[in-house]
Write a protein that binds this ligand. Structure first.
Ligand code: ATP
Ligand code: MG
Length: 343
């Protein structure tokens, strides 16, 4: 495997989906790969962000990376806007990507909602910036949650079209998504058909990485379920995962089971066998204990780190320097390929 790139937006409440779908997998990948982990503040401003909040949340996401176990000395951690290559390459990709491609992006449709005319242009071209993030480093693998699969495919299309249009075969690699396990799509605690999201108005929809034991207990107790007891073996597909039909019939129940499986590192089939026929009040107690044991440490380390912004800022400054070292020669080649005169 070549180089890994991934990012999280500093848009607020980091949640269990960000941890299980992304950050936790990065911690595992960093053992054997060169990794670049980015706090993508340019992406964040595609929807309005209060400037002071944006700065605070940039530090908070950095703290989450470090608290979860990212090694910022061995790998690179920085905030996107400190490296100009992202915005420069994104402009070039705005001229490579086609309107028809962007019109198919479901995230834009979801985030712009009914008021599409009033969405920022940045929100629309968000996937082009994401392609630039990855390709400014010629990254080959991108660990993300399931919701980003479509954007990754667009990044590949952009890389391919750039290589073709400029007769530069193989210049950009075609980046591949790395999507892991049962928690690649953690759903809202209030609605099992919606993904858990930072931007959901209800704090009860998500488990935040900084929630303390009381908050975890309360949110899990209040999480939506259904009156039936926990499912048995009939809920499993032949491959041992939860069957799609079973998930569709009881989305909230299977979301909690998937969260338990991911946090305990157990296979879905083992989790089903463990709790078959039990009621949810029992299961929720066990899940709460597990969540407190696994997330509690990370949350308190985040709070400790956030009390010392100097340490966090030093990590970001050093990461940005090293990120520029990698992207600068790649951008120089891109500019030459495109035909920008340098005198
Ligand atoms: P926003 O609502 O502002 O888009 P978000 O919760 O989607 O916030 P992002 O910063 O956009 O968070 O995504 C960071 C990473 O977390 C991405 O890799 C994304 O795929 C992953 N991710 C986000 N939500 C989930 C989820 N519910 N389950 C699994 N992975 C998720
Ligand atoms: Mg998102």
């Amino acid at each position: 495997m070549g180089r890994i790139f991934s990012g999280v937006q500093p848009t607020g409440n980091l949640h269990l989906g960000n941890y299980l779908g992304a950050i936790r997998n990065w911690v595992r990948l960093q053992r054997d790969h060169d990794c670049i982990f980015c706090i993508v503040d340019l992406h964040a401003i595609t929807v309005w962000q209060d400037p002071a909040q944006l700065r605070a949340q940039t530090r908070e996401v950095t703290a989450a990376f470090l608290a979860a176990g990212i090694d910022a000395r061995k790998h690179i951690v920085f905030n996107q806007s400190q490296v100009a290559a992202h915005a420069q390459l994104a402009w070039i990709f705005n001229c490579v990507a086609r309107l028809g491609w962007l019109n198919r992006m479901t995230q834009f449709k979801e985030k712009s909602g009914k008021d599409r005319e009033n969405a920022s242009v940045g929100l629309y071209v968000y996937p082009n910036l994401m392609a630039a993030d990855i390709l400014a480093y010629k990254a080959t693998h991108v660990p993300v949650g399931e919701d980003q699969r479509q954007h990754l495919e667009l990044s590949r299309d952009i890389a391919q079209k750039f290589n073709n249009d400029f007769a530069a075969p193989g210049f950009f690699p075609l980046p591949e998504p790395l999507i892991f396990g049962t928690a690649a799509r953690v759903m809202s605690l209030r609605d099992g058909t919606k993904k858990m999201s930072k931007s959901d108005a209800s704090d009860y929809s998500r488990i935040n990485m900084t929630d303390d034991a009381d908050a975890l207990a309360q949110k899990i107790r209040k999480a939506k379920t259904d009156p039936a007891p926990l499912p048995g073996e009939e809920a499993l597909a032949v491959n041992g995962n939860f069957a799609d039909a079973a998930i569709a019939a009881r989305p909230e129940a299977f979301n909690l089971l998937a969260i338990y499986a991911a946090l305990s590192d157990k296979a879905p089939a083992d989790v089903v066998r463990e709790f078959a026929g039990k009621d949810f009040s029992h299961f929720k107690n066990v899940l709460t204990d597990l969540a407190v044991a696994t997330l509690g440490k990370i949350g308190s380390e985040m709070k400790r780190l956030m009390a010392d912004p100097g340490e966090i800022d030093a990590v970001l400054a050093d990461g940005a320097l090293r990120a520029r070292d990698i992207s600068a020669p790649i951008m120089a080649e891109v500019e030459k390929i495109v035909g920008f005169l340098r005198v």
